[in-house]
Design a protein around this ligand. Structure first.
Ligand code: PLP
Length: 479
């Protein structure tokens, strides 16, 4: 019999919900097994001291969720095929799909997890978490911030970002020129939605950032790859493409080309801006790791030289602070910003106002700037340590240029199968991204991207040791 003890509960939920829950609990514990017959609703109502309709309501709920089945004339039974997924999660029926889904976008594989990863993410251990937590506590006391807010994002953070962009990146902008998003991924998605119509042709770098491509495709764009080389995007090839297939937009990573780390050559920058201006092609500039430049002066973004309103500038705090904070931003001409704010209202209303204000206070206190100065020195050290370890362990196999900035090295190894190598290294606890991961046409490239920012100098040494040991499949250490 059911172990219902309704009186003892001070649970405020309706009685029928509690009855249904207890029946599910009994099924889960095995007190009621698939195929068991439940007591009749009248008998159960009497034994529980509730109205029969209350029991019927509980049964109806469980019938609809698939826990019970009713057999005409015989009574109510525990379903022989229990809703397994729902049983595990305790949630509602999660099994079959009663409607048709459109085809899914091509999945972007997540990088594999491993104890040592050559990831191009920052070292989140170094983030000033305590000052951030204090700022968070302070802002939660200000009740005005906990209500509905501006879909453009918290004004104090927009002002702080505008000040950063003006001070370091040559962008003469104010708070009203900035739209905050959840990471640059949402920025690219919203911009793509606002800018593109189905069938628009968008040029992308032939080696590039897949999550951005997916967002552009989701907005209906047809993507066409343009080659990249040691000077970044091949702008002559882009112009040639535009003559054949007029472009609506081009998505570029000019500061440190992703994944090759090359900076766009000054002559190409001018040519790109000139083409965009003349032809009305939008330039979607993804400036994801601007702060991390080690040699000489950082290049200014294309947006800093844009006097025609053709550049849509996307940035992020994912490298400056941490990807998990999900703070990105867009700087663009106002009519586009207005569209982005409207679009954001539909999907996210306003973002995380409290978190954004806490980060704004971190900027106001100078903590973010101090953090960037600290980690920039450390990342430069790690860049040197990785280059040094690669030269010592793999000097005859790999070639690379020391990147002027960024959080990764692009290494080439003519004749090497980096895909197979990365699988062997992964089996030994070291993850890195083989070049084919970034290729528009999935070609296998004799190259790889090795991020250095998340690993300490000791860890870099160990991880490169594993790379050396797993380079040749025939090396006994590789297995
Ligand atoms: C080219 C590029 N753009 C943007 C991002 C950052 O994405 P988000 O701001 O959504 O974390 C990354 C992070 O890896 C990146 O490599």
């Amino acid at each position: 019999m059911l172990s219902l003890d309704l009186d003892a509960s001070d649970d405020p939920r309706p009685v029928y919900v509690r009855i249904a829950e207890r029946i599910v609990a009994d099924i889960r514990r095995g007190r009621l097994r698939p195929g068991d017959r439940l007591p009749g609703s009248r008998a159960l109502a009497t034994s529980l001291g509730v109205h029969r309709n209350t029991v019927l309501a509980a049964f109806a709920e469980l019938l609809s969720e698939g826990w019970l089945v009713a057999v005409n004339g015989s009574g109510t039974f525990v379903n022989a095929e229990l809703p397994e997924t729902a049983a595990k999660s305790g949630g509602r029926r999660a099994g079959g799909l009663g409607f048709v889904l459109p085809p899914a976008p091509a999945p972007v594989p997540e990088p594999p997890g491993a104890p040592l990863q050559f990831a191009s993410t920052p070292d989140v251990r170094a983030v000033p978490w305590s000052p951030l937590a204090r700022a968070w506590r302070r802002v939660t006391r200000r009740s005005g911030l906990a209500g509905y807010g501006d879909p453009r994002g918290d004004e104090a953070l927009r002002a702080a970002l505008a000040a950063m962009l003006a001070a370091n990146r040559g962008l003469g902008v104010g708070a009203d020129d900035v739209q905050i998003t959840r990471g640059s991924q949402m920025a690219i998605y919203l911009v793509a939605r606002a800018l593109l119509r189905p069938g628009d042709v968008v040029a992308v770098e032939a080696l590039g950032y897949r999550p951005a491509w997916t967002a552009l495709r989701e907005a209906g764009a047809t993507l066409v790859p343009v080659p990249v080389d040691g000077d970044g995007l091949d702008v002559a090839a882009l112009a040639d493409l535009h003559r054949r297939r007029p472009l609506r937009a081009v998505y570029v990573t000019p500061h440190h080309q992703y994944p090759t780390t090359a900076s766009l050559h000054p002559a190409r920058r001018l040519a790109l801006l000139d083409l965009a201006r003349r032809e009305g092609v939008a330039v979607l500039e993804d400036d994801y790791d601007n702060e991390f430049h080690y040699d000489g002066r950082p290049l200014l973004p294309l947006a800093a030289a844009d006097d025609a309103g053709v550049v849509v500038y996307v940035g992020t705090l994912s490298k400056i602070l941490a990807p998990g904070l999900r703070i990105g931003f867009v700087v663009a001409p106002r009519p586009l910003l207005d569209r982005l704010a409207e679009a954001r209202r539909f999907v996210d209303r306003q973002g995380d106002t409290l978190g954004e204000r806490a980060v704004a206070e971190l900027f106001e206190e100078g903590e973010v700037q101090r953090h960037v100065r600290r980690v920039r020195r450390e990342y430069e050290r790690r860049r040197g340590a990785l280059a040094d370890a690669l030269r010592r362990h793999l000097g005859s196999a790999l070639e690379f240029d020391l990147p002027a900035g960024g959080l990764a090295l692009w290494v080439r190894g003519p004749g090497l199968d980096f895909d197979a190598w990365s699988a062997r290294a992964l089996a030994r606890g070291v993850a890195f991204a083989a070049g084919s991961r970034f290729a528009f046409d999935d070609t296998r490239l004799a190259a790889a991207r090795l991020g250095f920012a998340t690993l300490t100098v000791d860890e870099i040494e160990r991880a490169v040791g594993v790379l050396a040991a797993t380079r040749n499949a025939s090396d006994p250490r590789a297995r």
